[in-house]
Design a protein around this ligand. Sequence first.
Ligand code: COA
Length: 155
Amino acid sequence: MSSLTVDEVTPEITYALRGAVLRPDGGDIVWAGDEEQATFHLAARTGDRVVGVVRFSPAPCPWRPLARSPWQLRGMATEPDVRGSGAGRALVVEGLARVAARGGDVVWCDARVGAAGFYERMGFTVVTDEFEKTGIGPHVGMLIDVPPSTAPRSS
Ligand SMILES: CC(C)(COP(=O)(O)OP(=O)(O)OC[C@H]1O[C@@H](n2cnc3c(N)ncnc32)[C@H](O)[C@@H]1OP(=O)(O)O)[C@@H](O)C(=O)NCCC(=O)NCCS
């Protein structure tokens, strides 16, 4: 198998996997903010095949109102046949580094309960009780403090 790469991509590159994994029943796969200039999308690939996707965008953190520069993680999905091999981790690690380079101090997400253990492995903490997202299922709020970047700011 080709080695895994993670790169910033246009939103359109993420839609097929977003749809197949996160909206298999046909819900919206194009979301508000996808085309915002500050939003960035990452794709993990083995060769030409996209095996994982995620989006990061600046957004107020519901549970950290005083965060200076909060970012939301959304649309995290990997292909079922690569799960457990590090694609999800590679996407989160790269995303957190890019958020840090942009001066972000917190990343938060509404995590599906089934994925909360993954985010905990990535260093996130559960900060809410369970809540229901209509048509999707139970979630918990999670966040991670982003250490200041030592890399030069990209913007
Ligand atoms: C959650 C998801 C993105 C994880 O992706 P992945 O490619 O399997 O992640 P990785 O292989 O990089 O796993 C990283 C670590 O998390 C662990 N892990 C992965 N999924 C986990 C889960 N659901 N619960 C607990 N731990 C998990 C792995 O075992 C691995 O552990 P390690 O640190 O010992 O190596 C993937 O399972 C997925 O797309 N699920 C369906 C969609 C979904 O729920 N997305 C999140 C929406 S909020």
